[in-house]
Write a protein that binds this ligand. Structure first.
Ligand SMILES: Nc1ncnc2c1ncn2[C@@H]1O[C@H](COP(=O)(O)OP(=O)(O)OP(=O)(O)O)[C@@H](O)[C@H]1O
Ligand SMILES: [Mg+2]
Length: 281
């Protein structure tokens, strides 16, 4: 008989007490929007009272319909957008602006076209004032980690979309953040490349033990990558349900996981939650 991919109950209860690496507490945000054609503007409540923690060495996904505020929330966590209420904390200390403790991976890697892969990865280190030889060494190490050791001296236009996204990941890892914030990092890639990179991300997370907050539209991706999934409702965005995933770390590849009844049941539950999103206001 095939071993179950679901963690044993005793393994779950034996989980040691974990520390919250990232704390999101009672976050609310309303945008002021301009009116159309001379009409008066208005207020757009986007996030309401969002609270959750992400523990060290944990991958948490945010999932919810388009426009429910996922990117806004991630940018608030990053410190790029001000929230109206609530607090963001890293290791128990409140943060108000971007910092080296949080690295960001975008949907499009937006690499500098005149810089090689290595020089793109070095960018953040250069801003920190690290010496040239040292940062080149570090960038090469990171490119190796993301499977691009052979392409360090190539320019972005010489690389595929998947390779460029790997550079985006290496660039975010370069400042050695304890938290990675990832906003649909694989959504612009073809299905095959996407599955390869999902697997790679799990490997890199296991090697680096980073805490990851991951935004995606893709239910299978969220279930495959995460320890927990936070399902957001819309208008305004709010936490609908937090789903703890029962899978062990050593999980098979996604195509095989899709056949597992627990996987299917969780998928059906999330789908039901996303579909039944009445406005909260
Ligand atoms: N700077 C802004 N000013 C005004 N409204 C904004 C601003 N940024 C985002 N919004 C609005 O806030 C809402 C949430 O946007 P956000 O980009 O966070 O959604 P999302 O969940 O990431 O969507 P998607 O899944 O399509 O990426 C949308 O209605 C959007 O139009
Ligand atoms: Mg978004």
């Amino acid at each position: 008989m095939k071993p179950s991919i679901v963690r044993k109950q005793e393994d779950m209860t034996e989980t040691p007490v974990r520390r919250a690496r990232l704390g999101v507490s009672k976050i609310s945000k309303t945008f002021r929007v301009r009116g159309l054609g001379g009409q008066p503007g208005g207020l757009l409540p986007v996030l309401r009272d969002i609270s959750f923690d992400v523990y060290e060495d944990e991958v948490v996904s945010l999932i919810g319909e388009s426009g429910c505020g996922k990117t806004t929330l991630l940018r608030i966590v990053q410190g790029l957008i001000r929230h109206d209420a609530g607090t963001i904390s890293v290791d128990g200390t409140e943060v108000h602006s971007p910092g080296r403790d949080r690295g960001f991976v975008f949907q499009q890697p937006s690499l500098l076209p005149w810089r090689t892969a290595r020089e793109n990865v070095e960018f953040g280190l250069e801003l920190q004032g690290m010496a040239a030889a040292q940062r080149a060494e570090k960038a090469k190490e990171l490119l190796k980690l993301v499977g691009l050791g052979h392409a360090a001296e190539q320019f972005p236009h010489q690389l595929s979309g998947g390779m460029q996204q790997r550079i985006g990941l290496a660039r975010a890892l370069a400042i050695d953040p304890s938290i990675l914030l990832m906003d649909e990092p694989f959504s612009a890639l073809d299905a095959q490349t996407r599955e390869v990179l999902q697997k790679e991300l799990l490997r890199i997370q296991a090697e680096t033990r980073k805490t990851i907050l991951f935004v995606t539209h893709d239910l299978d991706e969220a279930i495959y990558l995460s320890n927990r999934i936070i399902v957001l409702g819309a208008k305004p965005g709010r936490v609908k349900e937090v789903i703890e995933l029962p899978f062990s770390r050593e999980r098979p590849e996604l195509p095989e996981m899709r056949g597992d009844p627990t996987f299917q049941a969780i998928r059906a539950r999330i789908w039901e939650l996303i579909r039944s999103t009445p406005s909260a206001s």
